[in-house]
Design a protein around this ligand. Structure first.
Ligand SMILES: NC(=O)c1ccc[n+]([C@@H]2O[C@H](COP(=O)([O-])OP(=O)(O)OC[C@H]3O[C@@H](n4cnc5c(N)ncnc54)[C@H](OP(=O)(O)O)[C@@H]3O)[C@@H](O)[C@H]2O)c1
Length: 281
């Protein structure tokens, strides 16, 4: 049976700013046990203190890992598995945006195209490594924060060595998250773990939107995006719903490649090769 939110432990990646921080604050106010993840201990612990003060909730934890390093991602999953005896909801939210228009291609510490690595591979790997904990806590949920900005993956140039631009890199990484969601939902059928993804809201005024000049201004509020993420994470209406893509709180269609089984298989095999997980479930 699904636990009430106040008995749940919820991990939010990229919870030190923007959407993730707001979701963490809201779920802490609802008395959930909240685990924040970030890439700067100073910023992370300051946010923990802020949320504790604002909500009175003491069940707030913090883990640090730079998602541009797969070793750090692996170590994070290992620490969480060692420390926590349950995980009811995993919200994969951390990400980097397209960057300023005209900015050049960047690589992760493992030598992969940076947006593919941080936004996608650092979702794929910890999710796989945390499956045993999610399975032990079932019914449990995985929520992948993707985007309506999607671009199909060219399997001959996943690392975007030719014709790089930041928007394409961002959109490719977001479609990869959606494809992973659909593929994993199939694998987790009847496991008690559901996995869904969403476009939270459009052009919220967060760091990643404010730092880019690809878009002319902002549109929705962070509160709107947070409401949608919290709906996928905690609404009883979605008990048992898995393998779906939402635009806000509405079921929606992703780009066609996300429904191509052969593309899902190719992405799965590539992701396993690139991340070399040694203890996937
Ligand atoms: N903003 C929008 O309109 C919009 C629309 C659609 C989808 N989204 C998605 O919403 C999610 C949250 O984005 P946001 O808008 O809230 O952006 P944001 O304010 O820039 O927050 C991004 C979060 O990810 C963390 N992060 C970035 N790079 C990281 C790395 N290398 N390792 C670990 N953590 C890292 C950031 O840490 P720091 O605090 O250290 O920077 C921050 O906590 C993203 O997945 C984004 O693609 C946003």
């Amino acid at each position: 049976m699904t636990q009430p939110v106040e008995n749940q432990t919820i991990l939010i990646t990229g919870a030190t700013d923007g959407l993730g921080k707001k979701v963490a604050l809201d779920l802490a106010a609802r008395k959930a046990g909240v685990i924040l993840h970030g890439r700067s201990p100073e910023k992370g612990w300051a946010v923990v203190e802020e949320i504790r003060k604002a909500t009175g909730n003491r069940k707030i934890g913090y883990y640090n890992a730079d998602f541009s390093s797969l070793d750090e991602v692996k170590a994070l999953a290992g620490k969480i598995r060692a420390d926590q005896n349950r995980l009811d909801v995993l919200i994969n939210n951390a990400g980097i945006g397209p960057g300023p228009a005209g900015s050049g291609r960047e690589e992760s510490r493992d030598g992969y195209e940076l947006r593919f690595a941080v936004n996608y591979l650092a979702t794929f790997l910890p999710t796989r490594l945390l499956l045993p904990l999610l399975r032990d806590s079932a019914p449990s949920r995985i929520v992948n924060v993707a985007s309506a900005g999607q671009q199909s993956i060219d399997f001959d140039d996943v690392m975007l060595e030719n014709g790089y631009n930041g928007l394409r890199a961002y959109r490719q990484s977001k479609l990869a998250m959606i494809m992973f969601t659909f593929d994993l939902a199939g694998q987790l059928k009847d496991s008690g773990i559901t996995v869904n993804c969403l476009h939270p809201a459009t052009l919220m005024p967060t760091s990643m939107v404010l730092e880019t000049d690809y878009f002319a201004g902002t549109m929705d509020t962070v509160a709107q995006g947070a409401e949608a993420v919290e709906y996928l994470a905690a609404s009883a209406e979605l008990d048992g719903v898995s393998g779906a893509y939402f635009n806000g709180k509405m079921r929606a269609e992703a780009m066609p490649q996300a429904y191509d089984r052969e593309a899902l298989r190719k992405l799965r095999e590539l992701s396993r090769r690139l991340t070399r997980p040694d203890d996937t479930a």
